[in-house]
Ligand binder design. Structure first.
Ligand SMILES: Cc1cc2nc3c(=O)[nH]c(=O)nc-3n(C[C@H](O)[C@H](O)[C@H](O)COP(=O)(O)OP(=O)(O)OC[C@H]3O[C@@H](n4cnc5c(N)ncnc54)[C@H](O)[C@@H]3O)c2cc1C
Length: 487
């Protein structure tokens, strides 16, 4: 049973992600009919060519790409570091490769290169990644496992942003949009240095939640079609003993060996079927929405154990999110108890890392000029305005891209409908849940980042809206930036 089936079975049983919230919190109602009128205020202005909102998975790459095109670029990130969900939520970066191992005879190819690969190269030099470790079990899901040291990722991406000349505003909240008809003139940002207006020619929304698009009046919906998660890093564990225990119970679904603590050929990814294990581990895991896929680049450490919780409403609801934050932290505590009690080598395990806030797989869904469909993805369709290709599907082996190939992401899919100078990259595009199970993955988001950063910079240079940009010029710049196309 793979991790998708595991989650699905838990849902069928009404357990795990669906299990009820055990948190009750006090409520304070809005004083209906009463308002405080905020006084108008003069804000200082800074001027840029490109503003990127959100310094996460896609936003980091977008800002680097824009600055390398010569654009004066600002990156606005509410946390104290760049990296976003790639450093907080997932298990491995899916995927730089096509699914060649599941389709005998299909050529192995690295389909995402450019800036995303450059980040991996930098991490490799510091011992901060497993490299593209080939899966020896479970390769009908992904051919490789690329896992990272999440803390090094934050450092390395911060350094590359600074080297590229990006004005990096961490600890800064994007709080509004200044509109001029259907064109964004600027954004309002808030930090402890005060409230400011950042003007620019082109904008990119990489906030995952679609905050900038929503402030700009773009059309959006909130599908609330995934559980929310706070994954944990667990230390003081022995991967070899975990492996032997899972093997003894015929419970290993996925296995990859790569670089760990400076040595090659070490276990860096292992997935087990909790239900096959003796005792109440399986039942306990399903009650707290825990999936047992772990990756690591260090001895004695599992990078991510995921605890899923399905919220009753969209994760844009502050008060429901507060409840979910506490619920997830209770589940984390239970998870560590389960590991200590049942898994050999984990008797003294402890939580070494949590995400600063719960992670989402989807917040707002922003309407763009084109909506990538399930058929586009699994049929491996290509487009005459495509800006990258991609070959991974998170619901594999149920859904795979045809013949282990790739599909293309059209530039139109990143142009926010109704706004002249706004692009979007990351988990906030693609309405069909099945297609989104592909486009939302980290490496796809990073590729979208490189495309939107490059496009926004070219638009600023040519003083044009996103739809007037010459595709020929964009493609030429992307190829120069190392982006791979199939033809
Ligand atoms: C639990 C979980 C597990 C996953 N597992 C995997 C996996 O194993 N492999 C894989 O490839 N993918 C995985 N994914 C999917 C993938 O990690 C995400 O879809 C992807 O990282 C999203 O990238 P993004 O750039 O859209 O958003 P993010 O990386 O979340 O970036 C958004 C950034 O915007 C910032 N921000 C938001 N609002 C504002 C604001 N108003 N002002 C300033 N800054 C703001 C945030 O702080 C954040 O840094 C997983 C996702 C989750 C949640």
């Amino acid at each position: 049973m793979n991790r998708r089936d595991f989650s699905k079975n838990m849902l069928i049983l009404g357990l795990g992600a669906q299990a009820g919230c055990t948190v009750n919190m006090s409520k304070v109602d809005i004083d209906l009919g009463n308002y405080y009128e905020e006084p108008a205020k003069k804000l200082p202005i800074r001027k840029f060519d490109v503003v990127v909102a959100g310094g996460g998975t896609a936003g980091v790459v977008a800002a680097i790409a824009a600055a390398r095109q010569g654009a004066k670029t600002a990156l606005i990130e509410v946390k104290g570091y760049p990296g976003g969900t790639v450093t907080e939520g997932g298990t491995a970066l899916h995927s730089f490769y096509n699914l060649w191992k599941a389709f005998p005879g299909v050529e192995k190819r690295q389909v995402v290169r450019g800036i995303p690969q450059e980040i991996i190269d930098r991490l490799m030099k510091l011992g901060g990644t497993s490299g593209h470790a080939e899966m020896s079990k479970g390769y009908n899901y992904d051919s490789v496992c690329t896992c990272i040291d999440t803390e090094m990722y934050k450092l390395v991406t911060f350094e590359i942003l600074v080297e590229a000349g990006v004005f990096v505003c961490v600890n800064t909240l994007l709080a509004g949009a200044i509109m001029d008809g259907s064109r964004i003139r600027g954004v309002i940002v808030e930090s402890r240095s005060g409230r400011e207006a950042f003007y620019a020619k082109s904008f990119i929304d990489c906030t995952a939640y679609g905050d900038l698009a929503a402030y700009a009046g773009a059309k959006y919906s909130e599908p609330n079609d995934y559980p929310v998660v706070n994954s944990i890093g667990v230390a003081n564990v022995n991967l070899e003993r975990l492996h032997d225990f899972l093997e003894k119970h015929d419970a290993i679904n996925q296995l990859a060996k790569g670089r760990r603590s400076g040595r090659d050929g070490q276990i860096v990814r292992i997935e087990g079927t909790a239900a096959r294990l003796p005792g109440d581990f399986g039942k306990g895991a399903s009650r707290i929405g825990m999936s047992m896929v772990t990756t690591t680049v260090h001895d004695n450490y599992f990078m991510f154990i995921k605890l899923n919780f399905k919220m009753p409403v969209s994760p844009t609801d502050r008060d429901e999110v507060a409840k979910a934050e506490l619920e997830l932290r209770k589940r984390q505590f239970r998870a560590i108890e389960l590991f200590r009690e049942y898994i050999p080598g984990c008797e003294k395990a402890f939580i070494a890392r949590t995400s600063p806030k719960l992670c989402i797989r989807r917040g707002r869904l922003i309407t763009c000029d084109y909506d990538i469909s399930h058929e586009d993805v699994i049929e491996g369709r290509h487009f005459d305005d495509e800006i990258m290709v991609y070959g991974f599907h998170d619901s594999a082996p149920r859904y795979q891209i045809k013949d282990g190939g790739t599909y293309g992401l059209p530039y139109r899919a990143l142009c926010v409908a109704g706004i002249e100078n706004l692009l979007a990259a990351g988990m906030l595009i693609t309405s069909d849940h099945r297609a989104h199970m592909s486009t939302r993955n980290t490496v796809c988001c990073m590729g979208q980042g490189q495309a939107t950063g490059t496009a926004a910079a070219l638009c600023a240079k040519e003083n044009c809206g996103t739809r007037e940009l010459s595709y020929g010029n964009l493609r030429e710049a992307l190829v120069k930036g190392g982006v791979y196309f199939e033809s």
